[in-house]
Design a protein around this ligand. Structure first.
Ligand SMILES: [Zn+2]
Length: 397
């Protein structure tokens, strides 16, 4: 659970000061490149100016209002972004849940949609007309109604016109925060009605600190991500996520190879880990076409990679064991791999799986002790392959 939105602190501080001194404006446009923290800053301002216990909640959410804000469920905070008109309510619910889990989450449709105006009688949840309805009501729980509109350059004339009067003269206590990475594409009628706040890309050290803060990364690793992301916090966060996904995919492949008796493939993997390289198709998957240089560098940190791969294999074997032991009561922790795991669980014995887990733990310890990486992994894969054969022999006997 999030404790706060990692907004840009100087901007957040400035807004809180303005609010305290009664000088807060009502319509702002945050302008700056992708990943410069506009959205997290807006969300953090919305949370803190509605907070019920600012002393307790300055760094970590403690009050109910803050917890609702972080969960994208606050009745006085509305966030919208460009969306296709066909979006169902359930999909909006999923989107808000995904944002609550990872505020860097950006739905894939945002890049190709407009900010919708919405039907006059029944505006959908991600529309300008829903924002207007929302702002018209008095604050329900907090002090301010805050509307956050992402990608304001994707407001076309129709939606913008519906919005202009409210932007110019918002209801008392309302705060409207528009966000845009393309100032030149924001309609002049909108620009002229907002105070502008400029966002710069994150300085490298600040971004590294943010990554340590958010994801508990070791400082050296955070510094590498920060360097590769070029000041873009969203990209840095994504490269970290795609990296663990790629390693998980590699671990899944190895577990399946070993089960199928393809020891040779696993030995090639040991060799690659030793040399600090990775399979090209995984690099492509991890990079997602966005962060290839950063991910490549990250994956080349040999020992870290091998340890993370061991952790992912450990997770897989634990899941197979869990599935074998609990049968129908099993709740998969790796839903994407559930079919493979259930399949393997049907062919292995709990004793064999426990031996697998021991072997992976042993290899992990040896990597920590700086033993020869390639050799440790080769021995591990040989042992895992032997365990499979022992189980098969036991099944035949
Ligand atoms: Zn609070």
């Amino acid at each position: 659970m999030l404790q706060r939105f990692a907004g840009r602190e100087p901007v957040v501080g400035r807004f809180l000061d303005l609010e305290r001194s009664g000088k807060l404006g009502q319509s702002y446009l945050f302008v700056g490149p992708d990943g410069s923290g506009k959205e997290l800053t807006a969300l953090e301002i919305a949370r803190l100016i509605n907070c019920a216990d600012p002393e307790a909640c300055r760094r970590e959410a403690a009050c109910e209002s803050c917890r609702k804000a972080l969960g994208f469920q606050h009745p006085d905070i509305q966030w919208i972004c460009p969306a296709p008109a066909s979006l169902a309510d359930a999909e909006v619910g999923e989107l808000l849940a995904a944002k609550a889990e990872d505020p860097f989450h950006r739905p894939s449709f945002a890049g190709s949609s407009e900010v919708l105006i919405g039907d006059p009688d029944r505006p959908g949840p991600l529309t300008i007309r829903s924002v207007l309805q929302f702002l018209r009501l008095k604050p329900f729980q907090g002090r301010h109604k805050v509307a956050i509109v992402g990608d304001a350059h994707r407001l076309r004339a129709g939606a913008a016109n519906a919005f202009l009067k409210t932007l110019e003269e918002p209801p008392p206590g309302a705060l409207i925060l528009l966000l845009s990475s393309l100032r030149g594409a924001v309609l002049p009628t909108i620009l002229s009605r907002c105070q502008r706040v400029a966002f710069e890309p994150y300085p490298r050290e600040e971004l590294a600190r943010l990554l340590v803060d958010l994801y508990d990364l070791p400082p050296a690793q955070a510094a590498d991500h920060a360097l590769a992301a070029d000041g873009d916090a969203r990209r840095a966060a994504r490269s970290r996520l795609t990296l663990s996904r790629a390693l998980r995919a590699w671990a899944r492949g190895l577990v399946a190879d070993l089960d199928a008796g393809r020891l040779g493939t696993a030995q090639i993997a040991a060799e690659m880990l030793h040399k600090g390289s990775v399979p090209a198709e995984l690099l492509a998957e991890a990079a997602d076409g966005v962060t290839r240089p950063g991910v490549a560098k990250e994956l080349s940190e040999r020992r870290d990679r091998a340890i993370q791969l061991c952790e992912q294999m450990h997770l897989h074997y634990s899941e197979i064991l869990g599935c074998a032991a609990r049968g129908d009561g099993w709740e998969p922790r790796l839903p994407r791999d559930a079919a493979l795991i259930a399949d393997l669980a049907g062919r292995r014995t709990p004793a064999g799986l426990l031996r697998d887990i021991d072997a992976v733990e042993q290899a992990r310890r040896e990597i920590d002790q700086s033993l020869n990486l390639g050799l440790v992994m080769a021995v591990l894969f040989q042992e895992l392959s032997d365990h499979v054969r022992l189980d098969r022999a036991a099944a035949r006997a």
